[in-house]
Design a protein around this ligand. Structure first.
Ligand SMILES: Cc1ncc(C[n+]2csc(CCOP(=O)(O)OP(=O)(O)O)c2C)c(N)n1
Ligand SMILES: [Mg+2]
Length: 478
């Protein structure tokens, strides 16, 4: 390993220039009553001075007199023909009642294109190219990862409903895709997630409580990416595929034998960033595995609006292999991701994995999927549940007994309790912290903004703290 490689892999320097709020979210300030942070913020926003509002009103008065509205054109009479056309347009725009909309038609791929090693009925099946032979202990460990991940996720959804989180993107249904791929990575590999990879974070050893801070609005990320080689969550869809590719190009230049995994969704596959990442990764033979979780939906848009061919086949156009795996089959995902990582590590360049799965919950807690997708579609996927099929295998082959499952239930409850407690003790951030970790050596524009913001905060009624800050900020300079 070269010197620069050693700096990158696997134990990088703990010195950071950004995102250094890792762990600070778990600070132990006394908890306020639930919902209190939001109220406090609202109180602060009551301006002490009414002047700006008056100014705005004055401006309004000075505005020129209303223009005379142009005469309305007469509407053409609604004929049977125009009504039919309007109905068609409405349907095209997704306005037809949800229950009467056709089920997604699929993308023309046949079943043989899907790598599967464990059927929805919990039967082991063979594949000519991919295999895993996990011990009973490894099977139980994969099951445990998925159960605990699902429990953590369910707890986060509940916490959002109780007002403790602003938003939560649930991974329900995608546990096998995430645990299978996450467990395939090596400690010195580097992972670039999107915003839903809670199961991958779990496998990388990121404490689940740290995932909550950003969604509570108390930090800009919540963990140190270099502690577990797991980047911060990315909301700008697809952008992390470029970061991952650039990073992988660096890994190759360093001569390291680690690899990079870039997670993204079916919707993100339409982003230009992803196309650019594919091109660069191919041309530079970058050791990156593109892991697309095709969960069938991009908020309310079905995959058929993103592509006319199965997504994994796109890789061929860029000159690297693509494979579609049953994303609800943790064994197949493990086997396929291991092989793709080996492919990348051994200098053969990138690979695209399309994990064919389903988002069983809402896009986020702000979404209501009953407005755009049919209940029977979800029901069909429930029968393919990733956790259930592994449980069936464990039970049928006597690989886990009642005591094991009862113990896991207890462990799940304990995790849920720890998550609840952690969120109620998360400290509100210092509003001025937003100006930290921007430039290593500071910047005059940031200094100016800091001063302005401190003065703004000081203009509110309950701003004693900020009056001092404003004075201090004014004195700060680079
Ligand atoms: C560049 C960009 N455009 C639009 C959005 C708004 N947006 C957030 S999530 C999302 C859909 C993403 O779908 P997909 O990639 O399939 O991921 P999933 O949410 O299904 O996991 C969109 C359009 C965004 N965050 N970033
Ligand atoms: Mg999607």
């Amino acid at each position: 390993m070269t010197e620069s490689t050693a700096a990158r892999h696997p134990r990088r320097s703990s010195k950071r220039t950004s995102g250094s709020d890792g762990g600070s979210a778990a600070a132990t300030a006394a908890p306020e009553t639930p919902g209190a942070p939001a109220k406090k913020a609202a109180a602060r926003k009551t301006p002490a001075k009414k002047a700006p509002a008056k100014k705005a009103a004055a401006k309004k008065t000075a505005a020129p007199a209303k223009k005379t509205a142009p005469a309305k054109k007469a509407k053409p009479a609604r004929t049977a023909k125009t009504a039919k056309a309007a109905a068609k347009t409405a349907e095209a725009a997704g306005k037809a009642p949800v229950g009467s909309r056709p089920l997604p038609q699929g993308d023309g791929a046949d079943a043989s294109e899907l790598v599967q090693l464990l059927t929805p009925e919990g039967e082991r099946v063979e594949h000519p190219e991919y295999a895993v032979d996990p011990s009973p202990e490894e099977l139980r460990a994969l099951y445990r990862d998925m159960v605990l991940t699902r429990r953590f996720d369910a707890e986060a959804v509940t916490l959002q409903r109780q007002g403790e989180l602003g938003l939560w993107p649930s991974l329900l249904g995608q546990e096998a895709a995430q645990v299978g791929s996450g467990r395939a990575t090596r400690e010195d590999d580097y992972v670039f997630p999107t915003y839903r990879e809670h199961g991958v974070a779990w496998c990388r050893g990121v404490d689940p409580t740290l995932l909550l801070g950003m969604f509570r609005g108390v930090n800009n990320g919540g963990w140190d990416p270099n502690s577990n080689n797991f980047q911060l969550y990315t909301i700008v869809i697809g952008s992390q595929t470029l970061h991952a590719t650039g990073y992988a190009m660096g890994v190759a230049k360093d001569g390291a034998d680690s690899a990079v995994v870039a997670y993204f969704g079916d919707g993100a596959s339409s982003q230009g960033d992803v196309a650019e990442a594919f091109t660069f990764a191919a041309v530079y033979n970058a050791p990156v595995v593109f892991f697309c979780q095709n969960n069938q939906w991009a908020i309310s848009e079905p995959t058929e609006r993103q592509t006319r061919v199965p997504l994994y086949r796109r890789a061929a156009g860029y000159g690297f292999p693509g494979v579609r795996v049953d994303g609800n089959d943790v064994l197949a995902v493990l086997a396929v991701t291991r092989k793709a990582l080996e492919h990348a590590r051994s200098g053969q360049g990138p690979m695209l994995i399309e994990a064919y799965t389903y988002r069983m919950g809402a896009h986020t807690t702000s979404d209501d999927p009953t407005r755009y997708r049919r209940d029977d579609e979800r029901a069909a996927w429930e029968a393919k549940d990733p956790i259930l099929r592994l449980r069936t295998l464990l039970e049928r082959e006597n690989l886990a007994d009642e005591a094991y499952f009862a113990g896991l239930d207890e462990e799940s409850d304990a995790l849920a309790k720890r998550v609840r407690e952690s969120i109620r003790t998360m400290a509100d951030p210092d509003p001025m912290a937003i100006f930290e970790n921007i430039y290593a050596d500071g910047h005059s524009v940031v200094d100016e903004e800091r001063t302005q913001y401190a003065a703004y905060q000081a203009s509110f009624a309950d701003s004693a703290d900020f009056a001092d800050e404003a004075g201090a900020a004014a004195g700060k300079g680079h």
